[in-house]
Design a protein. Structure first.
Length: 366
């Protein structure tokens, strides 16, 4: 498999070399070097360096948002567990308090204080987890605002930078097109094999061949390569040339048979190269790449995204909290949430609850 790919890439490289050689030999200016004015060069380099720093800033904000999101997810997961622990501690304390009211002296004060302490710790842990989540959310919001401002500034600088690069590219492209599209007079001679053709037919073919050679001599030759690989095997390798030029003031001379098998024609004509859109785009791309290389390298702006949008997209689903099921031993559904805990959870002694019924015999073991 590897030799086949090596052959493929070798042919592809050779095709590119043919393209470069053909363009350079015909135009002598397609990929030539150029000089940017010192003031303009310095400005472009400064803009490029500033853009690179902005990209790093956006990356740093993205990392900070990712850390804050991880903290929020961890806090949300912790809250789900702590809510269950808190509910269990609360249910246990209420059950002990109710039993102690119905059966005074059955439960020791140490046991009640231990349950109160456990309930207080569970509530404090839950409150700390919620505070951590709130802090993470606040940090994400703050970072998102900062990211949006930085990204807006980055887009403004990018637009300005690309606009200045376009100006350099347009200037250089027009200079090269002006150098290429110069009308000049050429004189060439071409002969063709007649084969079974009659002399008039062979003469006409000789004229066409002479016109083509004149166009190739005084124009830009656009080389287009086509490579096909099927089942890891090279199935087609074509190199096609396209002559783009116009001929005027054509004068044919010296038209005669050469021996008995060939016909020769000499043509003198004015040749004006015609640069098509495809070749124009290739030239502009080549100049643009040269500009990027001169000012410090190309920045792949397509990979730069707004961290605030990434935060909004990836933050969806972080806050899903599984509801806590009430304890099986809970006698009464408490309408108030965990934030409305009994007074014991706020460092105050427990308040007695109203007596619901009298338990004649103890039914719990502690």
């Amino acid at each position: 498999m590897f030799p086949v790919f090596e052959k493929y890439y070798s042919l592809l490289r050779n095709s590119r070399r043919v393209l470069a050689v053909a363009l350079l030999s015909s135009s002598c200016a397609f990929a030539g070097s150029f000089v940017i004015a010192p003031e303009q060069l310095g400005d472009l380099r400064d803009q490029r360096a500033l853009l690179a720093s902005k990209v790093k800033e956006l990356d740093a904000v993205s990392q900070q948002i990712a850390v804050a999101q991880a903290d929020r997810r961890a806090a949300s997961s912790s809250i789900r567990h702590l809510e269950s622990d808190n509910q269990q501690a609360k249910d246990k304390l209420e059950k002990l308090q109710a039993f102690d009211r119905d059966n005074p002296g059955t439960i020791s004060q140490e046991q009640l204080r231990a349950a109160e302490d456990q309930n207080r710790k569970a509530f404090a842990a839950l409150r700390a987890a919620r505070d951590k989540k709130d802090g993470a959310e606040s940090q994400i919001n703050s970072l998102s605002v900062d990211a949006s401002e930085k990204y807006a500034e980055f887009l403004r600088l990018q637009k300005s930078y690309e606009r200045d690069v376009d100006r350099v590219v347009d200037t250089q492209l027009q200079q090269r097109l002006s150098a290429l599209q110069v009308k000049k007079e050429v004189t060439v001679t071409e002969k063709v094999a007649c084969g079974d053709d009659s002399i008039p037919v062979c003469k006409e073919r000789s004229k066409k061949a002479a016109e083509l050679k004149a166009s190739e001599t005084g124009s830009v030759v656009f080389v287009n390569s086509l490579t096909e690989v099927k089942n890891f095997k090279l199935s087609k390798e074509e190199i096609r040339s396209e002559v783009q030029a116009t001929l005027s003031n054509k004068v044919f001379s010296n038209q005669h048979m050469v021996g008995e098998t060939e016909y020769e024609t000499t043509i003198t004509a004015n040749v004006e190269p015609a640069i098509g859109d495809s070749l124009r785009d290739q030239m502009a791309d080549a100049i643009r790449n040269q500009v990027y290389d001169i000012v410090g390298g190309k920045i792949d702006f397509s990979q730069v995204q707004n961290p605030a949008q990434l935060a909004a997209d990836s933050g969806q689903g972080d806050d899903e909290v599984v509801p806590v099921k009430p304890s099986k031993n809970r006698k009464k559904k408490v309408a108030d949430p965990v934030d409305e805990q009994p007074a014991v959870q706020e460092e105050a002694p427990p308040q007695p609850a109203p007596v619901r019924r009298r338990i004649e015999k103890p039914t719990f073991t502690f």
